[in-house]
Design a protein around this ligand. Structure first.
Ligand code: BGC
Length: 936
């Protein structure tokens, strides 16, 4: 386990993880691995712009470097790349530069491909042993993929170029640098020898590709999604992409659950599929069933080829159809072997608890409504290296139905619709349908009947949060000291780029007002996520492989190890929580955020997320697992209603979260923007109280997504100001507000408390959730002035500049002129001082410094000072040693706009003295701004 920050080890782990996620789809004629000394021509425009991740908040990690695929190949001693081909692409890119789009969610899915001349390809083929062709795609937040050329489909230019290469080269290897699966019909049509999904592998991604191409790593990644022939083959496609409402008629038949039950022929590459450079034999061993514990299965894996490698064994269930109907296959366990040498064997044992084999009855068809049941009949277990080839491994019979867990109806749809149900047909099943049961229990009534009790307001008794830790007072007693307005303020998280936490991060929560701070409540910080830390002020962090890539590892250990390093990056930057992992189900290959998410399967997702959380928890930081729940498309994500049966929610869309809570001990969750079954998730009592806390025992915090709505009842419109509905549901934190104290978001908490729509007890309950969470954070320890040995070690692993961004000096710029405290400004050699300026004004500003060279400076001394605003250099000003008299230096800053901006002063040399520093308003931009808005 990592002990302290070691960037070299982090790099190695990330490289290993990215390599383990690479999926080898095709490898004819042993095209791979490349032998030492291979002469390689690299084609495809994407060699010029490796996608380390997708776009949007999940991809905005600032990094020291990125190793792209070409760069890794070029640097490798075992491969000789053809520089002529590269030169052609370099020239093309000069004329066709990378198109970043303009603004948020505007980066195109692909970059224009270079047409290939016959001469170039022929010449390259004559000089090379093999060709690599790289195809790149991106998508992300607010930008779904589309079933169009350039997104889900290859462009004509890409196909033409690839055809030419395949024609001339006897070995063409296609690398897909993509966020999620794409159309694959071209593989048969064009016929390259080898194809690999290399995903978006983070900043070490190119090195991981190199390792797999050369055979330094034998590929062992497996598809975390089914690849079907056409997008129309996915059952979700009929009900995807609407701007108002998607009826999830495919119900639990998502991904392979659908294909294996209804349409096997449509599958090109099954779920769990992936090749290796060696071969394995999977021998099915002892199977047993115990009526208490469930099933166990032993599997013996032997490496039957001639290279060391790893294999993934997947265990599937086929439950009896009963009256509920079941998918033909459901993943119930998986495991990866160690690296097996040729001839080496390893046995893996799987436990399959009964809960995993049960189904949720949302209709009462089994006479056990709202319960997980195992229906009578034969339960068959299959095991193998993908869902299609998994073989019968054992079976058992249940004579009568068993109730495994009794729940309560929660979050059922209010709108009627039909869902798919299997109907017996000649050779298997065909699609039948049935009515989806609608909601019978009113969540508002549940809430009223179950209102919490609370200790009456006591006023300040002198207890601090530390007294709760020391058991001098109960959490309830501590919270009773807080006034209604204190409690209300605590529900408001602040951001983005709050001055109260490390610069540039997304959110701050907890002790966000002076009064709350006086009660000893720390301010916790959180940052995006999931692929590493996003700090918008430009601070660098480490960028991880994307979620899909990590899912395809099918490896809990590597996920855990990688996230212990991530934990240290968080600790180093003084951040308590990463806004991730993203764990929504890949309902459709077109969801733009699939790159952040893992899989179409909830168990794979839940287990791997739990492993990541275990890694983070080793160093007392955590992940805010998101988006809870049902974020299946980006288009109109604030509004689109996902109408889904309670069974599909529980078996598919909530299941991964359930595992992360029960097994991964998740401490923090982010609700989604949009509604499910008519109720915005952030205000769903059933989701956040009945199920999450009531059934699963979650006792951490729930935060909204950034600027999220709430509503009071299905059908009522969502409203950004309806935070009362969120608090009632136990969505503890409304993210994000510029000022909690001033209710900058204009929420309805005060008003709802007065008119009885919200109770003090509900506020207190959320406040207790927040404080309980904060007790576990590094922020709490730091507030108490405790610096652990690890903190001290980590402090050495951060530059002076970045450290200054963790200890910001807050400046509220409200008057026309204000003094900065010169004692704050460090003038030593290499010293950096960072201010965060918070303002509600729109104006240009000046920084006025009265300064001189100190008397010991020789006349020829050069004494530079640099001023940066939001990471951009505004001005460098150099005094000479001769300037020993006080002088006023005025620096024009960028216009101040409402919100926070950073001001940094840096001294490359010692020798300057500062007498005073002032911030001054220059030109008023208020009028101009108003005009601009009205003109817009
Ligand atoms: C995204 C979240 C993200 C948040 C903060 C939102 O737009 O949906 O996933 O964590 O912004 O950046």
């Amino acid at each position: 386990m990592a002990k302290t920050w070691n960037i070299e080890k982090f790099k190695k782990t990330a490289r290993k993880a990215a390599a383990e996620g690479i999926v080898l789809i095709k490898n004819d004629k042993n095209a791979l691995p490349l032998e030492k000394g291979t002469k390689l021509s690299v084609f495809g425009r994407s060699q010029m712009n490796y996608y380390k991740s997708g776009t949007g908040s999940g991809g905005m990690v600032n990094v020291d470097y990125v190793v792209g695929i070409y760069e890794a190949l070029e640097a490798s001693k075992s491969i000789k790349v053809n520089k002529d081909v590269r030169a052609a692409y370099e020239k093309f890119v000069e004329e066709n530069p990378f198109d970043v789009g303009v603004g948020w969610a505007a980066e195109p899915w692909f970059q224009k491909e270079m047409p290939l001349s016959d001469a170039l390809v022929k010449d390259a083929a004559a000089k090379s042993d093999a060709a690599v062709f790289i195809i790149g795609r991106t998508a992300g937040e607010d930008q779904d993929n589309k079933n169009e050329k350039g997104s889900y489909l290859l462009t004509d230019e890409e196909k033409d170029a690839l055809k030419k290469v395949c024609k001339e080269f006897s070995r063409t290897i296609v690398l897909l640098n993509v966020g999620n699966i794409i159309d694959m019909k071209w593989v048969e049509e064009i016929g390259p020898e080898a194809v690999l999904y290399v995903w978006q592998g983070g900043q070490e991604g190119g090195n991981a590709v190199l390792d797999v191409l050369t055979g330094a790593v034998n590929p062992s990644g497996k598809l975390s999604d089914t690849i079907a022939k056409n997008i129309e083959d996915y059952a979700s496609t009929e009900n995807f992409g609407s701007e108002k409402r998607n009826f999830q008629a495919e119900d639990i038949y998502v991904g392979y659950r659908y294909f294996e039950t209804f349409n096997k022929d449509a599958v090109l590459y099954p779920f769990g599929y992936g090749l290796s450079y060696t071969t394995f034999d999977i021998a099915l061993g002892e199977f047993s069933y115990d009526s208490k514990e469930g099933a166990t299965l032993e599997v013996l894996v032997t490496n039957t080829g001639d290279r060391a490698g790893k294999e993934v064994v997947q265990v599937y269930l086929e439950a009896p159809q009963g009256v509920l109907g079941k998918p033909a296959r459901e993943l119930v366990a998986f495991g990866k072997t160690d690296l097996l040498e040729p001839g080496q064997m390893q046995s893996i044992e799987f436990d399959i608890p009964k809960y995993w084999m049960s189904s949720y009855d949302d209709s009462g068809a089994t006479k056990h409504k709202s319960a997980y049941v195992m229906e009578a009949g034969t339960y068959r277990i299959y095991a193998g290296s993908d869902v299609r080839s998994a073989e019968a491994a054992g079976e058992f019979e249940l004579k009568t139905l068993e109730v495994i867990d009794e729940c309560e109806e929660a979050y059922a749809p209010v709108k009627e619709f039909d869902r798919i149900k299997p109907m017996e047909a000649k050779n298997g099943f065909k699609r039948g349908s049935e009515k989806v049961p609608v909601r019978k229990l009113d969540p508002n009534k549940k809430r009223k009947d179950r209102l919490p009790k609370v200790l009456p307001y006591t006023g300040d008794k002198g207890f601090k949060l530390k007294d709760v830790e020391d058991k001098n007072v109960s959490m309830e007693g501590f919270i009773a000291q807080l006034s209604d307005s204190d409690l209300i303020a605590m529900m408001r998280g602040e951001g983005m780029c709050s001055p109260k936490v490390t610069a540039g991060i997304a959110g701050a929560y907890g002790g966000v007002t002076d009064r709350l701070k006086d009660f000893g409540i720390p301010v916790g910080g959180c940052s995006d996520g999931p692929s590493g830390i996003r700090m918008d002020c430009g601070t660098h962090a480490f960028s991880l492989p994307n979620g899909t890539c990590l899912a395809c590892t099918f490896d809990e250990d590597i996920n855990e190890e990688l996230f212990t390093w991530e934990a240290l990056d968080l600790r180093r930057n003084r951040i308590d929580a990463l806004l991730g992992p993203g764990m929504n189900i890949h309902r459709s290959p077109l969801n733009g955020r699939n790159f952040e998410y893992f899989s179409e399967d909830p168990m794979l997702t839940g287990k791997l997320v739990s492993a990541q959380l275990r890694g983070l928890h080793k160093y007392d930081v955590t992940g805010v697992i998101k988006h809870f729940a049902g974020n299946t498309q980006e288009f109109k994500r604030h509004h689109v209603d996902n109408v889904v049966s309670e069974r599909a929610l529980r078996e598919i869309y909530l299941k991964a979260f359930e595992i992360a809570v029960r097994e991964g001990e998740a401490r923090a969750i982010m609700s989604t923007y949009g509604p499910v079954n008519g109720i915005w998730t952030a205000s769903s009592y059933d989701l956040l109280t009945t199920i999450l806390r009531g059934e699963w025992g979650f006792d951490g915090i729930v935060m909204t997504d950034w600027w999220a709505m709430g509503n009071d009842e299905a059908g009522a419109p969502g409203d950004y100001k309806n935070v009362a509905a969120q608090v009632r549901a136990q969505n503890d934190l409304n993210m994000v507000n510029t000022s909690a104290e001033e209710n900058s978001g204009g929420d309805n908490l005060d008003e709802a408390l007065k008119d009885g729509r919200l109770t003090r007890a509900e506020l207190a309950r959320c406040a207790a959730n927040i404080c309980r969470f904060l007790l576990k954070t590094p922020a709490f320890r730091h507030m108490l002035g405790e610096e652990s040995a690890l903190d001290k070690e980590l402090a050495k692993a951060i530059s002076a500049e970045d450290a200054s961004l963790q200890e910001l000096i807050e400046v509220k710029f409200a008057e026309d002129e204000m003094d900065l405290d010169v004692k704050d400004i460090k003038v030593a050699k290499g010293a950096t001082t960072s201010f965060v300026i918070t303002t509600t004004r729109r104006c240009t500003m000046k920084l006025e410094l009265v300064m001189r060279a100190d008397k010991n400076q020789p006349d020829v001394a050069q004494l530079p000072m640099s001023v940066f605003q939001d990471k951009m250099l505004v001005k460098s000003h150099t005094l000479t040693g001769m300037e020993k008299d006080w002088q006023t230096v005025t620096i024009d800053l960028h216009p101040a706009m409402v919100g926070n901006s950073y001001l940094k002063i840096y001294f490359a040399q010692a020798g300057i003295e500062i007498k005073s520093a002032k911030l001054k308003k220059d030109k008023d931009l208020e009028e101009m701004f108003k005009r601009g808005i009205s003109e817009l």
